[in-house]
Design a protein around this ligand. Structure first.
Ligand code: F0G
Length: 479
């Protein structure tokens, strides 16, 4: 028999070493204590549900969804420690122990002590905008750059009258580039903007990881360079840090010289570079609801605290229950576990790998929280004004009860860089066989792609139209 002995000699620690090479499968680093049944549906049921929903997947009752990849936001499973925290939660109006635990954890991770809890990321964004830009048209003539704004960030900034601009590098806009840090900001473009319009820029923002273009990471080197440019023009640097731990993991894996650092250490450096941060804890906070707003500047913090009290709640709970603060305190620590992050990023990459093997174009390389299918490539017969992303998203639901999310011309309007369909992976929720099923369904839809219809919008609201728009099918001659 060749190879290492099956039973290691425990008196000799070096004999254990060969076994590490046997750990090829990265298993889910948890076991399941509580389960939620999935209701199996038929194609007929799903076709009816689609008609009733006017082909908008946000209007489908989630009980009619088998695998819900609409978002990774607030849809993850909490750990037994988090549920224990929920029981420990103290509901005092002011100064609850839950608040102090939450505050200490956030301060420890970010190094910032001006901490406000909010009910979710967009509440943090609204407060940030009101403090740093103003409201009621105060933003007219101003502009906020980002690597790429997430839709709620963009909408909140634009609500103040301020314009937004995405300054991605050329690789970031190329779905086929395998560049390691496609979320990086185009530094020349930022420098140009500031040299021409410094007075109009209230702050510079970077989103980690960059959701709008595929959950792509930003390097420390890029963030350091942005910091320098901000210093040169005396501009605050704000981090949208929803997926700060996933970004830190990518830095550890991909950025030269970062391999030997802990994820905590890298995460801390990310925050050290910024003047403030908005965080939706529904992502890397591993909770179902919650957010954070951080400021280094005391005056901005006080102004935001006053607004928080006005519209969200007192500063020590910010529109949340005490138990939510406990769940966040635990979640922010758990997300920095390297075993968790290794599994998390690898399982997303696995889905991406299998789709690429099947000839399906995705935004490469795989993102942290999601795989983004290039719907324009998937359905080449559907022009952008008939929303190829909507076509694919509806087809995945019809064929397999899988709910995904269009991120293209429906969601982003004229800001769309690409026609994408996002398969967002909720944290610690689905197993590998769920993902294998998703792969099977996508391959089947691909085999029939040329018969899929396009869509037109029959009704839409003034802003954030993807949530509530109604659609009609546009059937093509060859269908
Ligand atoms: N910033 C980014 C990068 C986000 O991905 C999100 C939410 C927000 C801000 C807003 O946070 O939802 O807590 O108010 N993204 C979710 C998604 C909705 O599906 O990607 P929120």
């Amino acid at each position: 028999m060749s190879g290492p002995p099956f039973y290691p000699n425990r008196s000799d620690p070096s004999s254990l070493r060969p076994y590490t090479s046997l750990m090829k499968t990265i298993i889910e680093p948890f076991r399941i204590k509580s389960v939620e049944p999935i209701r199996m549906t038929t194609i007929d049921e799903r076709q009816n549900a689609l008609k009733k929903a006017h082909y908008n997947l946000f209007a489908i009752p989630s009980e009619d969804v088998m695998i819900d990849l609409l978002t990774d936001s607030g849809t993850g499973a909490m750990s037994s420690e988090q549920w224990a925290g929920i029981m420990r939660g103290d509901e005092s109006y002011a100064g609850a122990p839950s608040w102090y635990r939450f505050r200490d954890v956030v301060e420890n991770i970010t190094g910032m002590s001006n901490i406000l809890p909010t009910h979710q990321g967009r509440a943090s964004e609204r407060l940030l905008v009101e403090v740093m830009i103003g409201h009621g048209g105060a933003g007219k003539g101003k502009i906020v750059p980002n690597n790429a704004h997430f839709d709620t960030t963009r909408a909140n900034i634009e609500h103040s009258g301020c314009a937004t601009i995405d300054l991605l590098t050329p690789e970031g806009q190329d779905p086929n580039s395998d560049a390691p840090f496609k979320g990086n900001m185009d530094l020349d473009a930022l420098e140009n903007l500031l040299s021409e319009r410094a007075a109009d820029v209230p702050f510079v923002m970077i989103t980690i990881t960059c959701n709008s273009i595929g959950g792509q990471p930003v390097s420390l080197e890029n963030m350091k360079a942005v910091r320098k440019i901000c210093d040169k023009y005396n501009k605050p640097f704000i981090l949208d840090a929803c997926r700060f731990a996933e970004n830190a993991w990518f830095i550890k894996q991909r950025e030269p010289g970062q391999q030997d650092r802990s994820v905590e250490d890298i995460a801390r450096e990310q925050f050290d570079l910024c003047d403030g941060s908005t965080i939706s804890a529904k992502k890397d906070g591993m909770v179902n609801i919650g957010g954070v707003l951080l400021f280094r500047d005391q005056e901005q913090f006080v102004a935001a605290s006053n607004l928080l009290i006005l519209t969200e709640g007192f500063m020590t709970y910010g529109g949340l229950a005490g138990r939510d603060l406990e769940a966040m305190a635990v979640g922010f620590q758990e997300v920095l576990s390297e075993d968790y992050l290794r599994y998390r990023i690898r399982s997303t990459e696995y889905l991406g790998e299998k789709l690429l093997e099947a000839g399906i174009q995705i935004v490469r390389p795989a993102g942290g929280h999601a795989i983004y299918i290039d719907a324009a490539h998937f359905c080449p017969h559907i022009p952008p004004n008939e929303f190829p992303g909507q076509t694919l998203a509806v087809a995945l639901y019809e064929a397999g009860g899988i709910r995904s999310c269009e991120i293209g011309s429906v969601m982003m309007g004229e800001h769309a860089h690409m026609e994408l369909v996002r398969l967002a992976i909720p944290r610690r929720t689905y197993t590998q066989s769920h993902i294998d099923y998703v792969i099977e369904i996508i391959k089947e839809v691909k085999a029939n792609a040329s018969s899929l219809p396009g869509y037109r919008i029959s009704e839409e609201p003034a802003a954030l139209r993807h949530f509530t728009a109604k659609f009609e099918q546009v059937v093509h001659a060859n269908a």
